[in-house]
Ligand binder design. Structure first.
Ligand SMILES: Nc1ncnc2c1ncn2[C@@H]1O[C@H](COP(=O)(O)OP(=O)(O)O)[C@@H](O)[C@H]1O
Ligand SMILES: [Mg+2]
Length: 277
């Protein structure tokens, strides 16, 4: 791992002014996410997950602090520079799919190529992306002719069309039943493993947190303490090993309960899990 992540932030803040009130959505976020990592940003509703994702995804700028994406200082960029970086480097997946309802799967997947400089073989690339997500036989279907899980797979194909280094997904399984949600998670894990995509997903679902190698917890616009992050990572690692049938030392941790030295913030996640189940 290089010292500076493909995503590197230093002391990022985000404030919103609502009338006379200042809403501090993010406070002093410093983090690195490395190339090829699969990371979940987790935390309760309103904790700042989407705000953080929007900044990391170059959809919004921090009020203060520094953000470098692939070595480029994006926190100092203007709107059009930001849009350019976004189109080159990031594919987005949203909770509500955000497909054009009257367009076919193929047309939806082609959409980002309209804004990209790379238009070569666009149609073939779109077909390849749809085949990769298992929808090669559905390219002419419109969203309403597909299930939620299939629509989200179209959205993932759309995120892949410009071959971005990074995929960002905000609650990608939030609108899906548990079976479709599981399939979408399997697809994202496969893209990470087989294509080395750096994937960052936002979720408030602890079941998803357990499936990924790294969890970044956000509470009240702040990162959980380093100790809490380590502890979270330790038990999510163990579950990851178990889920993917990996043998060895890590798997031995799988049966350990995460309640020893449990930080306050982690307790919040565990409580939320009980509500979900
Ligand atoms: N555009 C906005 N204007 C004002 N406040 C906002 C805006 N977006 C988010 N917030 C506030 O910032 C905080 C974090 O919101 P958000 O990032 O959406 O949380 P999450 O995605 O974790 O549910 C919340 O208090 C929310 O009300
Ligand atoms: Mg959100």
């Amino acid at each position: 791992m290089s010292e500076i992540g493909v995503i590197h932030t230093e002391h990022i803040n985000k404030y919103y002014i609502m009338g006379d009130v200042e809403v501090r959505a993010l406070n002093d976020i410093s983090l690195d996410i490395y190339k090829g990592e699969l990371t979940a940003i987790m935390g309760p509703s309103g904790s700042g997950k989407s705000t953080l994702m929007n900044i990391l995804g170059c959809l919004d700028r921090p009020t203060g602090g520094l953000y470098k994406l692939g070595g480029e200082l994006v926190s100092e960029m203007n709107d059009s520079q930001l849009a350019d970086v976004r189109n080159r480097k990031i594919g987005f997946v949203f909770q509500s799919f955000n497909l054009l309802p009257r367009s076919t799967a193929l047309e939806n997947v082609l959409l980002p190529t309209l804004y990209s400089k790379n238009k070569a073989n666009a149609k073939q690339r779109a077909i390849n992306a749809l085949e990769m997500v298992g929808l090669g036989a559905r390219i002419n279907h419109k969203p309403k002719e597909m299930s939620g899980g299939q629509q989200q797979r179209v959205a993932i194909a759309r995120a892949l069309i410009n071959d971005p280094e990074i995929i960002m997904a905000d609650e990608p399984t939030g609108n899906l039943d548990s079976k479709s949600g599981k399939e979408i998670m399997e697809l994202l894990i496969r893209l990470n493993k087989e294509q080395g995509k750096t994937i960052i997903l936002v979720t408030h679902d602890p079941k998803i947190g357990k499936q990924v190698p790294r969890v970044i917890s956000v509470f009240d616009g702040m990162l959980g303490s380093e100790e809490e992050q380590k502890e979270l990572k330790r038990w999510t690692d163990a579950n990851f090993s178990k889920l993917h049938g990996l043998e060895g030392e890590k798997a031995a941790l799988a049966d350990e309960q995460p309640d020893q030295n449990k930080g306050e913030n982690q307790a919040v996640i565990m409580e939320e899990e009980e509500e979900v189940e």
